[in-house]
Design a protein around this ligand. Structure first.
Ligand code: NAI
Ligand code: MG
Length: 357
C-alpha cells in the first residue's frame, strides 16, 4: 500500500467547502482502489490567518510543505484584504518557491453542461492550456516612484528568459505529443511587443525541431480569443505566457460552461518539489457559506493530482464518475442545476463506489 502525503490548503471563501468535497471523493477512491491511501494534513493559512498574524502563512510556510507529495489548494481572496496581499502572500510564494513553472489547464465541455457557444457540444472543445507560471508579466519586477504626486510612475516589467521560455515550450510540446492530435498552438503578441515576444516565437521554432511528430501554429493573443469562440474544434494544446494564458483560461472556463468546473495544476516537471493542484476559480465570497459551490473543478483537479502521483486508473475513475453525475443532471446552480455541493459530492462518491469503471 502506497501512502501519499497531501497538504490541503483550503484558504479563503468557498475553499473549505470544495476542498472538503474533494477530500471526500479522494477517500472513497482510495478505498475503492485499495492500493493507495491519502495521508492529509490541513493547513489553515489564508485571510483569517492574516487577520490574526499579519501574514498569509508562516515565514517557514514553504519549508513546511516541502516534503509533501502534492498540495491540494483552493483559492485566496477576501473582501477586506487587498488581492495583491493575499496572492503574493500565499499562492505565488508556493508556485515560485517550488518552481512550479508549468501551469496546466485542461478544458472540456462535460456532458450535461451548457456552453454559451452555439452548436458546440462535448467533444467539440477539448483543450489543454499550458501557462508559463514562473516569470513573464508576473515576475514581480517593477516599482512605484513619487507616490501620490502628479508625476507618480508605476512600472510592471515582464521578464522572459531563454531558460524559462525553452522549458515551458518543451513541456507544451510534450503535452501536445501525448495527446491524440499532436497539435500545439503557440500564442504571443509579437507584432506589438518586439522583444520578449519575438524571442518566444524564435524559441518555439527551435524547440519544434525536437518534436517533429507534433504539428504547430502561431497566434496573436487577441486573435486567439476570436478563434477560441468561433472555431473551438481547431485547437488542441495551447501554450502562452503567464498573463496571456491567465486570461485565455478564464475564457476557456467560461466557454466550457462555468468557472466552477475548470481545474488547474501547478507542476514542477522535474519533481524537485511538490506540485500544487487547484480549481481555477477564486474564493467566490458572493456564495461562501451557502453550500452551493460547484465542487466539479476541485474533483477534476484532484484527478490531475492523482495522475501526477501515477494513479492513472483512479484519476480516470474519478472523471468518469464526475461525467456520469453531470450527465444525470445532478449539478449546482452555476451550471443550471438545483443540487447543492454535498448532493453533488455524494452522487460522485456513490458513482465511484458502484460504477464498474
Ligand atoms: P471567483 O472565481 O471567486 O468568482 C467569480 C464568479 O464565479 C462569482 O460569481 C462566483 O460565485 C462564481 N464561482 C466561482 N467559483 C465557483 C464555484 N466553484 N461554484 C459556483 N460558482 C462559482 O472570482 P472573483 O469574484 O473575481 O474573485 C473573488 C476572490 O478570489 C478575489 O479576492 C480574487 O482575487 C480571488 N481569486 C483567487 C484565485 C486564486 O487564489 N487562485 C483565483 C481567482 C480569484
Ligand atoms: Mg485567474
Amino acid at each position: 500500500m502506497i501512502t501519499y502525503k497531501i497538504a490541503a490548503i483550503p484558504a479563503d471563501g468557498i475553499g473549505p467547502e470544495v476542498i472538503a468535497a474533494g477530500l471526500q471523493a479522494l477517500e472513497v477512491l482510495a478505498a475503492r482502489d485499495g492500493s493507495f491511501q491519502m495521508n492529509v494534513t490541513t493547513f489553515n493559512w489564508g485571510s483569517d490567518y492574516y487577520r490574526r498574524t499579519g501574514q498569509m502563512m508562516p515565514p517557514d510556510g514553504t519549508a513546511q510543505l516541502k516534503d509533501f507529495d502534492a498540495i491540494f489548494f483552493c483559492a485566496v481572496g477576501a473582501p477586506d484584504v487587498p488581492d495583491h496581499i493575499t496572492l503574493w502572500g500565499l499562492r505565488l510564494p508556493i508556485c515560485q518557491g517550488f518552481d512550479q513553472y508549468a501551469n496546466v489547464r485542461p478544458t472540456r465541455i462535460l456532458p450535461g453542461i451548457q456552453t454559451p457557444l452555439k452548436d458546440v457540444g462535448p467533444g467539440d472543445l477539448d483543450w489543454v492550456i499550458v501557462r508559463e507560471n514562473s516569470e513573464g508579466e508576473y515576475s514581480g519586477h517593477g516599482g512605484r516612484a513619487h507616490k501620490g504626486l502628479p508625476e507618480e510612475v508605476g512600472t510592471e516589467v515582464a521578464i522572459f528568459t531563454r531558460v524559462g521560455v525553452t522549458r515551458i515550450m518543451r513541456y507544451a510540446f510534450r503535452q501536445a505529443q501525448s495527446r491524440p492530435r499532436k497539435f500545439l498552438t503557440v500564442v504571443t503578441k509579437s507584432n506589438a511587443q518586439r522583444f520578449g515576444m519575438v524571442m518566444w516565437d524564435e524559441i518555439a521554432a527551435e524547440v519544434a525541431l525536437e518534436f517533429l511528430d507534433v504539428s504547430w501554429d502561431k497566434m496573436l493573443v487577441d486573435a486567439m480569443t476570436v478563434r477560441m469562440v468561433k472555431d473551438p474544434k481547431s485547437l488542441d494544446t495551447i501554450v502562452a505566457t503567464n498573463l496571456h494564458a491567465d486570461i485565455l483560461s478564464d475564457l476557456a472556463g467560461a466557454l466550457a460552461g462555468s468557472l466552477g468546473v475548470a481545474p488547474t495544476a501547478n507542476i514542477d516537471p522535474e519533481r524537485r518539489f511538490p506540485s500544487m493542484f487547484e480549481p481555477i476559480h477564486g474564493s467566490a465570497f458572493d456564495i461562501t457559506g451557502k453550500g452551493i459551490a460547484n465542487p466539479v473543478a476541485t474533483f477534476w483537479t484532484a484527478a490531475q493530482m492523482l495522475e501526477h502521483l501515477g494513479e492513472d486508473a483512479a484519476a480516470k475513475r474519478l472523471m468518469r464518475a464526475v461525467e456520469a453525475v453531470c450527465a444525470s443532471g445532478v449539478m449546482t446552480p452555476d451550471v443550471g442545476g438545483t443540487a447543492n455541493t454535498q448532493q453533488v459530492t455524494d452522487a460522485v462518491c456513490e458513482a465511484i463506489r458502484t460504477t464498474n469503471i
